[in-house]
Design a protein around this ligand. Structure first.
Ligand code: EPU
Length: 419
């Protein structure tokens, strides 16, 4: 299992290019199952979760071709299986995004229940309830969601909780349903808008994606399309925190500053000087120790749960006390005991992590438990004195493209140890 070795201390400085967004690429890849012709995608990041999705699509019968390492083409014409097996689901919960497209396009889908997850229970009851309201028969049987429908019909779906993949699954089901569907209390993440953009290029009729009410008129069929996936706002935020935690100056390119508003506001509160343009952001924290900042996670456009762990790392060496409250997932503080191993003074009270910034962190061996937790350990390692080894970095590889190359480009002393 690979590890990352980080020798903390260097102040990061320079520029880094942000990759395509994992959480947009995953539903968009699944949406290609809805089309009658090839879907050509650019800016798909090289990540383990993408490899898993490609494996799943191929297993179902789609033909996937890579053109010059730049474009990925999905030809869905040979689909012959309608199942997402447990082996693929257990490594990536987002495989559940195959449910809506398979059901609405082919009338059937057998998708393994994803099971427990390190960050929380993460049920899929809202996905299932929405499909049932659209006329699907859905049984949970032998660990599988088994959904059938000759033809889904439009429905008014009021989601009990704001759910990102739930909204995406129901959108993908509704685009080929008969009649109009309205999704209320929909998630408003930029990734939902990106998915809607691709679906509309295929011929879907969708209004309101990015707001809490999405209106979809079902169409008979969808055609192939071309799309450039939007930049990853969580990767963007992570590199900005890397600049802040090391007292450096970091510019991120090919990003979308408008998707980072709350994160940038928090970094400013932490003392960073931020400038931004159309597709770049520069953070300058030179000569300063960050101020600790309070954070409460909530669905977009509020502070993202996927940036919570990185801010825990920042607060652990910042000046003063701060509270980070996690409101989306019930078990998303597994990085805290690992940060404590590096010398962080953090205690957990219910769903809040209370930190008192330490003057310094010191290197140690720590264990990654999930994707964003591992990013926080890498960040803390950059600021810690001495050597930090981050074990189980397959979690990092699920969501950060070439993390060690990108950080090294900014001046970090980091290398991958392949064991
Ligand atoms: N929920 C339910 N029932 C459902 C669905 C969700 O109760 O049927 C609850 C969840 O348990 C959670 C809340 O709703 O408490 C929100 O979960 P959501 O469904 O929005 O999460 P998700 O769609 O499974 C996506 C991202 C996550 C990100 C969350 C929240 C993808 C592929 N994953 O997950 O990304 O943390 O939204 O923003 O888009 C990551 O990239 O590290 C990651 C975990």
């Amino acid at each position: 299992m690979d590890k990352l070795e980080i020798i903390g201390g260097p102040t990061l400085s320079g520029q880094v290019r942000i990759s395509g967004a994992k959480n947009a690429a995953l539903p968009i890849l699944m949406s290609s199952l809805l089309a009658d012709g090839p879907v050509i995608l650019e800016n798909i990041p090289h990540l383990n979760d993408i490899t898993t999705t490609v494996k799943l699509l191929r297993w179902i019968g789609a033909e996937i071709t890579f053109h010059d390492g730049v474009q990925l083409e999905v030809d869905p014409s040979g689909i012959s299986r309608f199942e997402a097996p447990y082996d693929l689901m257990k490594t990536m919960r987002a495989s559940v995004l195959v449910l809506g497209p398979l059901l609405s396009r082919y009338g059937r889908a057998d998708v393994s229940l994803p099971g427990g997850c390190a960050i929380g229970a993460r049920p899929v009851n809202i996905h299932v309830a929405g499909l049932r309201s659209m006329g699907a028969r859905v049984d949970i049987d032998n660990g599988y969601i088994r959904a059938r429908a000759e033809k889904l019909h439009g429905a008014r779906l009021i989601l009990d909780t704001v759910t990102v993949t739930g909204t995406e699954n129901l959108m993908m089901a509704a685009v080929l349903a008969k009649g109009e569907s309205i999704i209320e209390n929909a998630a408003r993440e930029p990734e939902i808008e990106d998915l809607s953009e691709v679906l509309c290029k295929m011929g879907a009729v969708i209004e309101g994606a990015g707001t809490e009410k999405i209106r979809i008129q079902g169409v008979e069929s969808l055609q192939g399309a071309n799309h450039f996936v939007l930049p990853d706002r969580i990767e963007s935020g992570t590199y900005l925190v890397a600049g802040a935690i090391t007292g450096g100056r970091v510019r991120i390119n090919q990003t979308r500053p408008e998707h980072l508003k709350v994160v940038l506001r928090k970094l400013c509160q932490a003392g960073a000087h931020i400038e931004s343009g159309n597709n770049w952001v520069e953070l300058d924290m030179r000569g300063q120790r960050p101020q600790a900042v309070d954070v409460i996670t909530a669905p977009y456009p509020d502070f993202p749960t996927d940036m919570q762990a990185q801010f825990c790392a920042l607060n652990s060496i910042a000046c003063g006390k701060a509270k980070i409250t996690e409101k989306i997932f019930e078990n998303r503080f597994q990085h805290v005991p690992e940060l404590q191993r590096l010398g962080a003074d953090i205690s957990i009270e219910g769903n809040t992590a209370v930190s008192c910034g330490a003057d310094k962190l010191t290197g140690a061996t720590v264990m990654a438990t999930d994707l964003r937790a591992s990013a926080s350990l890498v960040l803390a390692g950059l600021a810690a004195e001495g050597t930090t080894i981050v074990d189980r970095i397959y979690h990092v590889d699920r969501g950060y493209e070439c993390i060690e190359e990108k950080l090294a480009q900014l001046g970090a002393e980091i290398r991958r140890l392949s064991v």
